[in-house]
Design a binder for this molecule. Structure first.
Ligand SMILES: [Zn+2]
Length: 152
């Protein structure tokens, strides 16, 4: 191989290697963030609350109950919500992408407890990430789950 060609080949390898390393580091960081977010979200009270208008009477209690009590239905429901979530434009990869099941569980447990309280004004979802209410991907996901449980 000609020297400059060899050099070009090396540059290609280097770029590919750097890209791979970047993706690997990115995954490691995302996983660490995910663990932190889950831990913080589980704290009582959580560091942040995402408040949304809520009326328990708009919730389809039948579907909510099935999601809460049947693992298969929970999984199907979660998949459906996650697909909906991915359609939202310009979402940066974050904790929801790592494991949507965990966030579905946080969402449905919160909705359940506010239904039990017969809340008619506002729901407050736990958030261990940030208080950027309308841009945080966790909150965007909570919205998807909440809408999926509303009566048609
Ligand atoms: Zn956030």
């Amino acid at each position: 191989m000609h020297f400059t060609k060899t050099l070009g080949f090396c540059k290609d390898l280097e770029t590919k290697y750097k890209e791979k390393l970047y993706r690997m580091n990115n995954k490691v960081i995302l996983n660490l963030l995910f663990k932190t977010h889950v831990k913080q979200t589980s704290i009582n009270p959580p560091p942040f609350l995402y408040k949304v208008p809520f009326d328990y009477e708009t919730i389809n209690a039948d579907i909510l109950n099935k999601v809460l009590t049947n693992n298969n239905i929970f999984n199907i429901f979660c998949k459906k919500c996650y697909e909906e979530f991915l359609k939202i434009p310009n979402i940066t990869e974050g904790s929801v992408h790592i494991n949507p099941y965990v966030w579905t569980n946080f969402a449905v447990q919160t909705i359940k407890s506010f239904c039990e309280k017969q809340e008619k004004n506002e729901i407050a979802f736990p958030n261990g990430c940030c208080n950027m209410s309308s841009t945080c991907s966790i909150n965007l996901y909570y919205n998807v789950v909440l809408n999926a449980l509303k009566k048609l």
